[in-house]
Design a binder for this molecule. Structure first.
Ligand SMILES: Cc1cc2nc3c(=O)[nH]c(=O)nc-3n(C[C@H](O)[C@H](O)[C@H](O)COP(=O)(O)O)c2cc1C
Length: 247
């Protein structure tokens, strides 16, 4: 189904074959057809790890200013969202959702960005207001990522839900990268604006976290950021005698 529409760095070719095959499920209740990606067995070898390593380590945030048409097709978007659905999710709450803002609706988002700026800074210049507005029009594909942190059963803590949301976003970013697109996150104070909340029709406990921008990269950064070394973020639990002293 996806064969003709996928573009990707060569290291990802096998990943498509492994992960993007589609199956159709017919719901017995209402007879409606829906497609779900089938989880296929993964070869657990060095080659698969090398592909994962190449994909993950070569991803970098791309500013929406550098993203132009074409963006993902409808099928590619569907495939990317299916990757988000594979995020770890304690309690299977699906504590996040995404709102696609198509080109013809971007002016609403632009208006919210402009008015949110004026709310914060009534003295904003016309240039600043125009720049805020313009942010809604940059990338060919724009999703608003919403965290669902309200009361649910089981009532998994909000931090755990945010971990799930981060994983869902990362899956989507990596998928976009594997398809040959650039992707970047944008946020800012407008995310907390009641105007954005109204536009997105947020429910109880829902928060707009960031925008996910995807498109074709015009120009990459000269060099990716220097990533931290494991030694900078990993430590080992102290031995038993030290732990004892701390209790
Ligand atoms: C929730 C979230 C919001 C972000 N918002 C912005 C933003 O408003 N502007 C921006 O330039 N980058 C934003 N970023 C992207 C980070 O700046 C970027 O991930 C960071 O610089 C590391 O670069 P890398 O992703 O290429 O490794 C955001 C990232 C996250 C996780």
């Amino acid at each position: 189904m996806f064969g003709g529409c996928l573009r990707a760095p060569p290291f990802c070719e096998d990943l498509y074959a492994m992960n993007l095959e589609r199956v159709v499920h017919i719901d017995a209740e209402d007879n409606s057809a829906s497609t779900r990606p089938e989880a296929r067995p993964l070869r657990r070898d060095g080659e698969t790890f090398s592909m994962a390593q190449a994909l993950i380590s070569s991803r970098q945030n791309v500013s929406p200013k550098r993203l132009v048409e074409p963006g993902p097709s409808a099928e590619q978007l569907d495939a990317l969202l299916s990757l988000a659905a594979a995020a770890p999710d304690h309690g299977l709450l699906m504590p996040w959702r995404f709102i696609l803002v198509p080109a013809e609706q971007r002016h609403h988002l632009a208006e919210v960005f402009a008015l949110a700026l004026i709310d914060r800074d009534p003295g904003a210049t016309l240039e600043q207001i125009e720049s805020a507005r313009e942010k809604a029009h940059r990338a060919p594909m724009l999703l608003v990522a919403i965290a669902c942190l309200g009361p649910r059963q089981p009532n998994t803590p909000p931090l755990e839900r945010m971990v799930s949301m981060g994983a869902a976003i990362q899956n989507l970013l990596l998928g976009a990268h594997a398809l040959g697109f650039g992707a970047g996150l944008t946020s800012g104070q407008a995310m907390a604006s009641p105007r954005l909340h109204r536009l997105c029709k947020l429910g109880e406990g829902e928060t707009a976290v960031c925008c996910i921008n995807v498109g074709t990269v015009t120009k990459r950064k000269a060099s990716a950021r220097v990533r931290p070394l494991p030694a900078e973020f990993v430590s080992e639990l102290a031995d038993e005698s030290t732990v004892g002293r701390l209790q």
